[in-house]
Ligand binder design. Sequence first.
Ligand SMILES: Nc1nc2c(ncn2[C@@H]2O[C@H](COP(=O)(O)OP(=O)(O)OP(=O)(O)O)[C@@H](O)[C@H]2O)c(=O)[nH]1
Ligand SMILES: [Mg+2]
Length: 318
Amino acid sequence: MARAIDIPDVVARARSGEPAAVARLISLVEDDSPQLPELSKAIAGFTGNAHVVGLTGAPGVGKSTSTSALVAELRRRGQRVAVLAIDPSSPFSGGALLGDRIRMSEHDTDPDVFIRSMASRGHLGGLAGAAPQALRVLDAAGCDVILVETVGVGQSEVEVASVADTTVVLLAPGMGDGIQAAKAGILEIGDVFVINKADRDGANTTRRDVRNMIGMRTADHDWTPPVVLTVATKGEGTAEVADAIAEHGDHLRTSGELTQRRVARAGREIEALALASVQRRFDQVGTGVQELAAKVEAGTLDPFAAAARLLNPSGSDS
Ligand SMILES: Nc1nc2c(ncn2[C@@H]2O[C@H](COP(=O)(O)OP(=O)(O)OP(=O)(O)O)[C@@H](O)[C@H]2O)c(=O)[nH]1
Ligand SMILES: [Mg+2]
């Protein structure tokens, strides 16, 4: 196990803008450190300011390029920015993220940009458990905007929306993408839609398709997601995306939805932590599951009663 760190000291240094201190705190989250409860308590009073923006979309659509362009735009607006790239499929940081590092390298020397990749597979709470804690660290460290990008495919694309205040869905020209988006449930989660690679044929058609599909969304919404065309490689349309994100942030605040979303997020986080804690207890030797299993096998106890006893060993039914 790693050596214990001086949490109050590292938190103070993270808050004064020391990137190494921020990185150290994120590592605690990534490693599922036993010091997490202490960290969580230490930063609780410093959070709630950052606007968390999730970027999602099919592999290769241009998430990393768009993220990098957005960082540049937000820096021009004087904002402190963090990028959290979450890799739900890998227990290692690196590998797939190498290309992203290169795309982000223009921001390497800017002290007001914090870029970090984080693996979530090893984390007991998964993405839902790990991401909110990392976001709180970045929030407490004084970031104005935190851009969250997931790496890899699958349900994580939708899952990222569960940790974000504002979700940006990226698509590229071509009908396939639109159908894919509808299938993945991605239309329901988008607050801002970006048709990237607008230098290719069919961008306007894709925009029209997306607008039509937004119009057919089931839930009643008092926010109509804007659909912005971009060429991320050239930074074209990036300012409009930044405007749309900021407008959505204003909408969330004035409508009260920001609080609602954050309460829902905290609820999922609490559940993920509680379930992880139960799982951890079961994983430890001496939970008595073997003993109970022997009784079930012998027919002296039924599995439901055994499960109840496992959850509540000192319960009155024993
Ligand atoms: N023509 C064109 N190419 C683009 C544009 N934006 C990104 N690309 C290219 O598309 C490729 C994929 O871009 P990334 O930013 O890595 O895409 P991603 O969504 O992060 O990809 P994954 O992380 O692998 O899912 C790269 O070669 C980019 O240079 C664009 O607006 N126009
Ligand atoms: Mg990427």
